[in-house]
Design a protein around this ligand. Sequence first.
Ligand SMILES: NC(=O)c1ccc[n+]([C@@H]2O[C@H](COP(=O)([O-])OP(=O)(O)OC[C@H]3O[C@@H](n4cnc5c(N)ncnc54)[C@H](OP(=O)(O)O)[C@@H]3O)[C@@H](O)[C@H]2O)c1
Length: 322
Amino acid sequence: MRTIPLGETGVDVSAFCLGAMHFGSRTDPATSYELLDQYVAAGGRFIDTANIYARWVEGCQGGESEALLGEWMRSRDNRDDLIVASKVGFPAPVDDLQQGLRASQIERAVEGSLSRLGVETIDLYYAHVDDRSTPLAETLEAFHRLVTAGKVRWLGASNFLAWRLAKANTLAEGQGWTPYCCIQQRYTYLRPRPGVDFGAQVAVNDDLLDCVASEPVTLLAYSPLLSGAYTRPDRTFGEEYRWPDLPPRLETLCAIAEELDATANQVILAWMVQSEPPVIPLVAGSTTAQMTENLAALHLTLSADQMARLNRAGIVAEGPSS
Ligand SMILES: NC(=O)c1ccc[n+]([C@@H]2O[C@H](COP(=O)([O-])OP(=O)(O)OC[C@H]3O[C@@H](n4cnc5c(N)ncnc54)[C@H](OP(=O)(O)O)[C@@H]3O)[C@@H](O)[C@H]2O)c1
């Protein structure tokens, strides 16, 4: 599989990262194993989970995805071939362990993730959501201690505003701490209405695109396919995306999909990895057919003209550069 540099770590990661959020909960273990095997057979090596996946599914508490990944890696004996990412700090009304990025919360949470995954080191450990009530220095120093102790290799941020990410990395640089090498944000082809509130989730905006174009921080896109809404009659776009920008964006997307004899989902995934700088989509599915369609996007090439049309489409005169 094509690879993309992960910030300044010196490591290249798979251009499509596999989203394992529902593995072991909504997606049963046998299907989860099948999807993981399918991704690896396609050359994929980069897998994304979090300590809270997927506690919102009935009967689950969080940790099911990490535990399933751990069992699958043991059964396949392939841990050393993979880049495994997990996360800490998504606000969840469960106990204070998972609610923030205090040093004590991070120190406890990492042990749980290491144990469920059954690994000595988590390759990429994310701050799942910015925690404005904890000083950045406390979080960064705690993360750096994990790196020094060999429990974590690299750090990522998720759901941060651009200025908070830049401030954190400036602070880390000054202190000799490990910086965030990547940022994982809500991002798809449709642009949300300006000012829309996604709760704890933060969508990519022009500030962030500018930031990743100038800083050595790789952008990863979660929810790139909006739960399949681009192609499925049983799914709809959320209100957040319903504004006058939507029709011209969709029209261009569908026209280019037709030109390429591809699906809208495939065009979005290809558009992301062919953007400059490239964006790594978190690719998720619950059936092998979905995964086959999504992985085939790796072989789709958009022309410079098609990229420009996709970038230009919409009511914003000068669209984001990626
Ligand atoms: N950092 C964060 O805060 C955050 C937040 C959310 C997600 N994430 C990460 O991002 C990953 C992806 O997120 P997401 O699940 O929200 O992504 P998504 O791309 O919006 O949705 C994936 C879902 O779309 C449907 N789908 C996928 N491919 C399809 C296809 N080819 N045709 C039709 N339907 C298709 C499937 O729905 P059904 O399974 O219902 O059929 C699939 O489960 C997660 O696994 C997680 O690792 C991170």
